[in-house]
Each structure stands twice: as structure tokens, then as C-alpha cells.
Design a protein around this ligand. Structure first.
Ligand code: PLP
Length: 404
């Protein structure tokens, strides 16, 4: 029997009635949030262990970010790039400094940053590397997730993401992730870039073998190919460092950033690269009406300043060890695989026990929100403001779900 005093069932029904079914959300209806905690329309509280797929690295409504947004709303929200506004230079400079790059090109969504990276790499290939017209190719990895546009799904290996969206954009070569020999063999004289996630998030927090990323860096340098790191989910503190590439001391030619860059308030994405790469773009060749708008810049400046303190990277690294210890304790007790980097974990549940979806439904009933990725794999990515006690709570609830 459904309790007819609860608002959730009706709100779930309405949401399903009025939208395309391109998502299968858990049946919770959130109305407010703070830090690592969500509250639903019936007043029930949940620990957020997804953090908007890492768009909420600093937690819900971080006071410094909310204050910046409020102040900017009262002054100026949009100019378009036809004019320059007073938040623009600070954002680009501070983000460029965080990345150790010369230049920043701001966009809105992650997929737009990826599209920007692809366009820049192709133009660089023709104008700088000297690739013959129309021949540029980009090497990508199996199991990738780079977004949802028609070009990006053209090189997805996930049939759900790709099927029936053709004709597909040519110019991509797919190789197994983590296999340096295969990647090296796929590079030819027309290769302009290697595009990789340094850790594959949607695939289930898949960490490549040690030495892979430095190997990719080396072969890209030797063959005059751009190394594009899609750090949209792995970057900005998630893994216990500013960038996942930092763990292996690797500096790509291009960082693709998004998600947490907008502080969980506005969509902000960016490409950061040196002038010899981003400098290939001239006026009229690329752009976005909303990219780099004043509200986005005002929020993202504060995001960069939060990261510049190093506090969130430290928290992620330290608390990540606690998360790792807790989760590894569940190996053989319902978990058959655990991968942890900072406050980012991919868990493989024994498929004989339950699906990832079922585990997430049971966790939700216990006040912990997480999301399955594929089959029996779930991902934990709590806001980096989560406390030790809250990590223990999540692990305890997971243990009880797995115990049945
Ligand atoms: C989420 C994500 C994207 C796409 O970002 P959107 O803002 O959803 O377009 C691209 N790459 C990676 C690695 C992501 O996790």
C-alpha cells in the first residue's frame, strides 16, 4: 500500500508522464540540499554519493560559490562574447594557471569541450602538422564516455549510446583502453590526437595500468600527436589530485574540463592548452553564445580558487583511503571488484547477488544515493566535503545491502 500522504509517488508519476524517457532515475524526488545531504519532497534525507556525476565536488550550495553567484546575479549575467565582461579575464587567467597552460577556451557542457578539442586538434593537424586535407584521424579508447553529440557517439563502443544515431562522423580509430602497444600501432601520419579519459568514469572508474599514461604521453610526443585528456569527470579534485593525470606526472597537451568547474550551479566547461595549439582558432571559427558568460565565470573563478588552496585534493586523497579500506573490506562479502582513486570508487557487485540497479534502490531505501553504471557495477563519487563519519555510514549501509 502506498501511503497517500507521501508526495513522492505522485511526483515520480508526473515526472515520468511529462518527459522523454532518456533516463531511468531512482524514484526519489529531491527538493533541497546542503553539503553532502539531499532532502526529498517528503522530508527524508539522503547522503549524496553521486554528486551530480562529480559536478558537485564542492558539495551542494557551497557558501563561497553561492555568494559569488548571488553577487553576480545582481550585477550582470550575460553579454555574449561579442563584448568583453569584467569576470572574463580573471576566470581564464586563473584557470590557465591552475592547468599550467597558456590559454583557456570556455564553453558550457562537457560535450562541447570535447567537440572543441576535436575541432582544435583537426585544425592543428592541417595547419601545423601538415596532414592532407580531410585525412585527420583521432585515436580513442574502447569503453570511452565523452558525451552525447552525434560526433561523440560516433566513436562510442556502448551500443545504447550509439545505435541508430548514424550516419556516424568518420575520423576516429578505437583501440583497447590501457593497451599501449595497440594505441601506438593505431597512430599513423594522419593522426592528430589521442583522446582519452585518464580514468574511465562511466565505464566504472576503470584505472589504466601503471605506466600507461606516461607511455601515451611519450608516444604522442615522439609522433607529433596531441594528447587530449578528458578530465571532465576525473579532474578538479575528484581523484585526490587536481587532475587524474597528476598521479602519473603526466601533462597532456589539452585538458578538457567541465562538470565541477560550474560548482554545481551553472554549466561551465573549458579547454586549456598552450598557444601553439589553441592559437589555431581565429575569429568566427568556433564559439558559443553562453560560453564564458559572466555568471559562469563568477562561479568558476571561485571554483578555481577553492582548488588553488589544495584543500579539496587533500581531503579527497585522505578520505579516499578510508573509503578504500571500507570497500575493500567488502570484497568477498558481496563485492567482487573494487577500484578507488581518491573519493571515486567503482564497485563490482557479485552478479549472482543483485544488479547494480537493485543495489542502488536498496541503498536509496537506506538513505544513500548512488548510481549504477553497467550491469552490476556501481560508482560512488560523494562530494569532497563528505566527512569520515559519513563515509563510514555509506560503507555500513552498503555492507547491509550486500548482506541481504
Ligand atoms: C560527463 C562527461 C562528459 C560530457 O559532459 P556533459 O556536460 O554531460 O556534456 C564528457 N566526458 C566525460 C569523461 C564525462 O564524464
Amino acid at each position: 500500500m502506498v501511503d497517500d500522504k507521501l508526495r513522492t509517488p505522485g511526483a515520480v508519476r508526473d515526472a515520468e508522464r511529462w518527459t522523454a524517457h532518456n533516463y531511468h532515475p531512482l524514484p526519489v524526488v529531491i527538493s533541497s540540499a546542503e553539503g553532502a545531504w539531499l532532502t526529498d519532497v517528503d522530508g527524508r534525507r539522503y547522503l549524496d554519493c553521486l554528486a551530480g556525476y562529480s559536478a558537485l565536488n564542492f558539495g551542494h550550495r557551497h557558501p563561497q560559490l553561492i555568494a559569488a553567484a548571488h553577487a553576480q546575479l545582481d550585477r550582470l549575467t550575460l553579454t555574449s562574447r561579442a563584448f568583453i565582461h569584467d569576470q572574463f579575464a580573471d576566470f581564464c587567467r586563473e584557470l590557465a594557471e591552475l592547468c599550467g597552460k597558456d590559454l583557456v577556451l570556455p564553453m558550457n557542457t562537457g560535450a562541447e569541450a570535447v567537440e572543441t578539442g576535436i575541432k582544435v586538434a583537426r585544425k592543428w593537424g592541417y595547419q601545423v602538422k601538415g596532414v592532407a586535407a580531410g585525412q585527420a584521424n583521432i585515436v580513442v579508447a574502447e569503453g570511452n564516455f565523452h558525451g552525447r553529440t552525434t560526433t561523440i557517439v560516433s566513436f562510442s563502443t556502448d551500443e545504447d549510446a550509439r545505435a541508430d544515431f548514424g550516419p556516424y562522423t568518420p575520423g576516429f580509430t578505437v583501440v583497447p583502453y590501457g593497451d599501449l602497444d595497440a594505441l601506438t600501432a593505431a597512430i599513423d601520419e594522419n593522426t592528430v590526437a589521442v583522446l582519452l579519459e585518464p580514468i574511465q568514469g562511466e565505464q566504472g572508474v576503470v584505472v589504466p595500468p601503471e605506466g600507461y599514461l606516461p607511455g601515451v604521453r611519450q608516444v604522442c610526443t615522439e609522433r607529433n600527436v596531441l594528447f587530449i585528456a578528458d578530465e571532465i569527470q576525473s579532474g578538479l579534485g575528484r581523484t585526490g589530485a587536481t587532475f587524474a593525470c597528476d598521479h602519473e606526472g603526466v601533462v597532456p597537451d589539452m585538458y578538457l574540463l567541465g562538470k565541477a568547474l560550474g560548482g554545481g550551479i551553472v554549466p561551465v566547461s573549458a579547454v586549456a592548452a598552450n598557444a601553439d595549439v589553441l592559437g589555431v582558432l581565429k575569429p568566427g571559427q568556433h564559439g558559443s553564445t553562453f560560453g564564458g558568460n559572466p555568471l559562469a565565470c563568477a562561479v568558476a573563478i571561485e571554483v578555481v580558487r577553492l582548488l588553488a588552496t589544495g584543500e579539496f585534493q587533500r581531503r579527497s586523497a585522505e578520505l579516499g583511503e578510508r573509503l578504500r579500506a571500507g570497500l575493500e573490506g567488502l570484497l568477498g562479502k558481496g563485492l567482487v571488484g573494487v577500484r578507488v582513486r581518491g573519493l571515486w570508487a567503482g564497485l563490482d557487485i557479485d552478479p549472482a547477488l543483485m544488479s547494480g540497479r537493485e543495489a542502488c534502490e536498496r541503498l536509496a531505501a537506506r538513505g544513500v544515493l548512488a548510481k549504477d553504471t553497467h550491469g552490476s557495477t556501481i560508482r560512488l563519487a560523494p562530494p569532497l566535503v563528505i566527512t569520515e563519519e559519513e563515509i563510514d555510514l555509506a560503507v555500513t549501509q552498503l555492507a547491509e545491502v550486500l548482506a541481504g
